[in-house]
Design a protein around this ligand. Structure first.
Ligand SMILES: *Cc1c(COP(=O)(O)O)cnc(C)c1O
Length: 383
């Protein structure tokens, strides 16, 4: 819900822009930190969800580490003051340059996704006379029951080491003097709303930890990744249920005494704290359909075009909620997929009305592009 004060502020700004509610962000971060602390769990923020500096600074101040998926994210995490000892680096395609830079930065750990990558990191670390800490990202073949484009933990996905490659992994680890094995890592997908999925993950984590222990390895870190979803259909339900989420891992992981449990949350931390605010440029009433054409498009928010993602859309210029017309809400970009919602029930809308596209804090601003030579996306903050 936006206050009249918010809407007055929005009317003075050039649209479109991402509006970030920093008070809500803080509330979400605090809630997560408290719930994690109850179990002694460690949280890394998955930076790819949003690397806006104002958000990163809050997240760092909460004491979370950083989960990076590129060399530039590692650099950014260090630049924003994240503790090097709390930086992890995942990704199926780390380049030699990215590995070298991460070695120079002395990050906490590489989450390694193939046997060949182990060999490359070993070689590059040896050249620098360093020992690289590594966790093996295992593909546990657990279905996350989420959109197929954001599932990552099935045999058919490109991510992680498959179970049948683990013996080769163990051999490579034994033979690599410049690698230190610290634990195992998993990340099975994003926007996971069925928490039972995490019970299945825990069962697999226990099995794989035992597999390594049986072969003489000490598994110090269990990193279970992220993926906790948010309620896109109910943006007013703003803080995810972190307590229930962490409790599953507390109950189902067979944690050894000296083991640490690490998480990599992205969307759940930042998703609800932002809306994309846009202005209605034109209203086109047709025979079959009515269109609202916004000044924001897939160049500002790509999720609907990329994976048919749902975002709640509200006309925030209208107080009266009764009059309802169905509109296809589209952007100005020359692509038919540039559509934020079909048959969206809204108040009768006019040119100049402000529209809020809700729950855009995660994978919104960071995926914006210059396609059609569009300008850099704008941002505004509220407290
Ligand atoms: C993207 C990603 C995450 C975070 O996913 P969310 O769904 O945003 O929580 C965590 N770990 C890895 C390795 C990732 O690639």
């Amino acid at each position: 819900m936006f206050s009249n004060k918010d809407i007055t502020q929005f009317a003075e700004l050039e649209t479109p822009f991402y509006y970030y509610d920093l008070a809500l962000l803080q509330q979400t971060l605090d809630s997560c930190a408290v719930a994690a602390k109850n179990h002694g769990f460690h949280v890394h923020y998955a930076m790819k969800a949003n690397f806006n500096h104002r958000l990163l600074d809050r997240i760092k101040a909460t004491g979370f580490g950083a989960d990076c998926v590129s060399g530039n994210e590692v650099k950014k995490a260090i630049e924003r003051g994240f503790d090097r000892n709390q930086i992890v680096f995942a990704g199926v395609g780390k380049s030699d340059r990215e590995i070298n830079e991460a070695l120079d930065a002395d990050i906490f750990c590489f989450n390694v996704e193939s046997v060949q990558e182990l060999e490359v990191i070993n070689e590059l670390a040896a050249k620098k006379n360093k020992v690289a800490k590594v966790a093996i990202r295992i593909n546990p073949n657990v279905d996350a029951y989420t959109h197929h484009n954001i599932t990552t933990g099935l045999d058919e996905n490109k991510f992680g080491v498959n179970a049948w490659d683990l013996p080769a992994c163990a051999d490579a680890l034994r033979q690599s003097a410049s690698l230190e094995f610290v634990g195992i890592h998993f990340h099975i997908g994003s926007q996971i709303t069925n928490l039972d999925v995490y019970k299945s993950l825990c069962v697999k984590v226990n099995e794989f930890a035992t597999w390594f222990e049986d072969r003489g390895f000490v598994v110090r870190i269990l990193n279970v990744g992220g993926g906790l979803g948010i309620d896109y259909h109910n943006p007013e339900q703003q803080v995810p249920d972190f307590a229930s989420y962490f409790k599953i891992f507390g109950d189902f992981l067979e944690k050894r005494d000296n083991q640490e449990v690490h998480f990599e949350l992205g969307r759940a931390l930042v998703g609800q704290c932002s809306s994309l605010i846009s202005k209605v440029l034109y209203v086109k009433n047709g025979k079959k359909k009515n269109f609202i054409i916004l000044d924001a498009g897939m160049t500002e928010l790509m999720r609907p075009a990329l994976y048919q993602a749902y975002h709640q859309i509200e006309n925030i210029s209208k107080q009266d909620v009764s009059a309802a017309v169905k509109y296809d809400v589209v952007g100005p970009i020359c692509e038919s997929t540039d559509c934020f919602g079909k048959e969206v029930l809204l108040q009768e809308t006019q040119r100049g009305d402000l529209v809020a596209i809700r729950s855009t804090g995660a994978y919104g601003e960071v995926m914006s592009s210059h396609y059609n030579l569009r300008e850099n996306v704008r941002v505004a903050f509220g407290e």
